[in-house]
Design a protein around this ligand. Structure first.
Ligand SMILES: NC(=O)c1ccc[n+]([C@@H]2O[C@H](COP(=O)([O-])OP(=O)(O)OC[C@H]3O[C@@H](n4cnc5c(N)ncnc54)[C@H](OP(=O)(O)O)[C@@H]3O)[C@@H](O)[C@H]2O)c1
Length: 414
């Protein structure tokens, strides 16, 4: 079997890992294990389809970058996609020069993402761009009934209702790549959705877990960018430090698993070994554990429902010794109570929540505002917002633009 893949954001942290995973999947030999038949016909059928997945070759049809044109050109030479999209048009010409001798179509500008997401020949769309820019492409892929491997959480946060509806109506399977949601998705296989009583999202606590409410006022950009466990892009690293990342994950889980926000808990787990847990109505709690390596959830999203040998280091619990858990500090990390409020209010609040965060993080990364001002600006923006309900994509984008303007203007007066 051949599966055709488009990777949106192939030059980022997730994108590069996805390419490593695909290379390893293509180079691993097909297991010779015989199909087991002793557990009944239904399981046998499932195993047959999983066996076919194990025998899959993954062909890369399209890749995309925003500005990293040199890396994109290198990737194009190595993986030979039919299409490459460069969303920042300033670099299209230079990319064209680097790929002049290759048979590859170059798509320049933001629409290139949507174009590659809905190509007829693409089966799986892996979305690994950063921020709300991924929304039109993710929606287009859902409408075309693709298998969506979603790392880019922002579209689910801002337009979860619309996206899940389009996916259901068009036969699109959404498999989460975010490690926590992948863990929940995997744990959910132990029962039916109706049997789930609670989702427990784990969080490492980020670099400021042990910093006091007073000291967090003066933390630096450098400190915010040094995540204790995960090696990620700058935006998501800052989101981990403010715990906005976890705040978004509450909303993401709410839409992906159709759970009320009150049934989604955040649990601090500094070792990042338990990637999340699901509690069932009988009190059983099923967790997914593993070394902190994004290659595992990326691979599972590609091979689902099968599991195959991967490149991640295997977990040795005896080397870790103990695992610790603690309550999340809702006073220090205001982003968390805000997320519950946003999920309860619904409408355009989530788009404003996300856009305000993107704008504020940009200001912080540029050194124009303090770390604590990120969440303060988001809260101010939410307080000023007139919520609209049952909105179209255009209205969502209007609310998004409004929030970005509000935050950039407010950032000058901080
Ligand atoms: N990294 C992780 O471990 C992790 C874990 C869970 C979820 N996620 C989610 O996965 C997504 C990607 O994260 P990441 O850490 O891989 O980010 P990243 O390293 O910053 O990479 C982002 C990718 O998106 C591209 N991009 C940036 N701005 C763009 C724009 N305006 N339009 C189109 N493409 C753009 C980048 O291209 P250039 O290289 O040209 O800038 C790059 O390919 C995020 O939504 C994040 O929340 C990440």
């Amino acid at each position: 079997m051949v599966k055709h893949i488009a990777i949106l954001g192939s030059t980022g942290s997730i994108g590069k890992n996805a390419l490593r995973v695909i290379e390893s999947l293509n180079s691993s030999s097909v297991p010779s294990a015989k199909l087991r038949t002793s557990l009944g016909d239904a399981l046998c059928e499932k195993e047959k389809s999983q066996y076919a997945i194990r025998d899959t070759h993954y062909e890369i049809v399209a890749l995309s970058a925003h500005s990293s044109f040199e890396l994109l050109a290198e990737q194009a030479r190595r993986y030979k996609p039919k299409y490459v999209a460069i969303t920042n048009t300033d670099y299209a010409h230079r990319l064209g020069e680097l790929l002049g001798d290759m048979d590859v179509e170059i798509l320049a500008g933001p629409d290139g993402l949507t174009e590659i997401a809905q190509l007829e020949e693409v089966d799986i769309v892996l979305t690994a761009v950063v921020g709300a820019v991924g929304l039109p492409a993710v929606l287009a892929a859902a409408r075309k009934g693709k298998q969506l491997a979603i790392a880019n959480k922002e579209p689910l946060v801002i337009a979860g209702e619309l996206l899940v509806k389009e996916a259901r109506e068009n036969g699109c399977t959404i498999v989460p790549v975010d490690s926590e949601h992948s863990a929940i998705f995997q744990a959910m296989q132990a029962g039916s959705c109706q049997e789930v009583s609670k989702i427990i999202l784990t969080a490492s606590g980020g670099p400021f877990r042990e910093v006091t409410v007073e000291d967090i006022q003066n933390v630096t950009l450098e400190q915010a960018l040094s995540h204790p466990v995960w090696d990620m892009g700058p935006k998501i690293t800052v989101d981990s430090a403010t715990m906005m990342n976890k705040a978004f994950e509450i909303i993401e889980a709410h839409w992906l698993f159709d759970m009320p926000a009150e049934s989604i808990e955040v649990l601090i787990h500094p070792e990042s070994i338990v990637h999340s847990l699901v509690e069932f109505v009988d009190g059983s709690v099923i967790a997914q554990l593993g070394t902190p390596d994004m290659c595992v959830p990326i691979q599972y999203a590609l091979t689902y429902p099968a599991r195959v040998e991967g490149i991640a280091k295997h977990l040795r619990l005896e080397e870790i010794g103990s695992l610790t858990f603690e309550r999340a500090d809702m006073e220090k990390f205001r982003s968390l109570p805000l997320a519950y409020e946003v999920a309860r209010t619904g409408g355009t609040t989530a788009v404003v929540f996300n856009a305000a965060n993107e704008a504020a993080v940009q200001e912080f990364l540029a050194g124009r505002i303090k770390f604590v001002s990120i969440v303060e600006l988001i809260e101010q923006c939410l307080n000023k917002h007139n919520v609209k309900r049952q909105v179209s994509l255009e209205e969502l984008l209007e609310a998004d633009a409004w929030a970005r303007r509000e935050v950039s203007e407010a950032a000058y007066s901080v």
